[in-house]
Design a protein around this ligand. Structure first.
Ligand code: FE2
Length: 225
């Protein structure tokens, strides 16, 4: 039985770049629904009790679109929450900035590629920074599609391109959302940990994320609706 993971920060911690209102709806309604639907459909498919990563891959293999869409969205959102942190956090450094410099000639060029890919992506989906066989690259995937079902791509960071991620705060200005997201709330410490894990150092993200001691969106911070 999958449980909706708490956010790793309070709902208002990313404001004004991502508002508390957006996070309450996005996490407490959208993500919650994906998790609940995954439980229901995984049980029907005989996959109850399996890790979420296995459920996503198995649903994809079977062509079970309903289960794949919900399970992948449950995983993608849990990963996405880790990809953000309150404004004022660390910039990329160490091996991560070296990898960025090698593949993109600097953080500004990476930002340009990330914003261009996400802004140019038609309709709903996700924009990712991934480690591939030839270094870092930026890709986008449609709807619920993700890196779990793509060979040789290791995700470092993702941003949600569905309108529910930004419409309350930015209306239809996805480009401004992506620029401000990249500059202010992208979690480079998490990306660095994923990069290290891609090279066999430490654990990669798996669902559910480990619980943190820091104040987070626990029950007392949940919407009462
Ligand atoms: Fe979303």
């Amino acid at each position: 039985m999958f449980v909706l993971p708490d956010l790793p920060y309070p709902h208002d911690a990313l404001a004004p770049f991502v508002s508390g209102e957006t996070l309450r709806t996005h996490h407490g309604k959208h993500h919650k629904t994906y998790v609940e639907k995954t439980n229901e459909l995984a049980a029907q498919a005989g996959l109850a009790g399996r890790p979420l990563e296995d459920v996503v891959r198995e649903a994809y293999k079977r062509g079970d679109k309903g289960l794949f869409n919900n399970a992948a969205q449950a995983w993608n959102h849990a990963f996405f929450w880790q990809c953000m942190r309150p404004p004022g956090g660390a910039a990329p450094s160490g091996d991560l900035i070296r990898a960025i410099d090698e593949s993109f000639d600097g953080i500004e060029a990476l930002k340009e590629a990330f914003v261009e890919e996400g802004f140019g992506h038609f309709a709903s989906g996700w924009v990712w920074i991934v480690m591939g066989s030839e270094g870092l690259k930026v890709i986008s995937t449609h709807d619920a599609d993700d890196t779990l079902v793509r060979e040789g791509l290791f995700p470092l960071l993702v941003c949600d391109l569905w309108e529910h991620a930004y419409y309350l705060d930015y209306k239809n200005d996805r480009k401004a959302f992506l620029e401000r997201w990249f500059d202010n709330v992208a979690n480079w410490d998490f990306a660095a940990a994923q990069l290290a894990a891609s090279d066999g150092q430490g654990d990669a993200f798996r669902y559910p994320p480990p619980e943190k001691d820091a104040p987070s969106s626990g029950p007392e911070d949940r919407p009462r609706a």
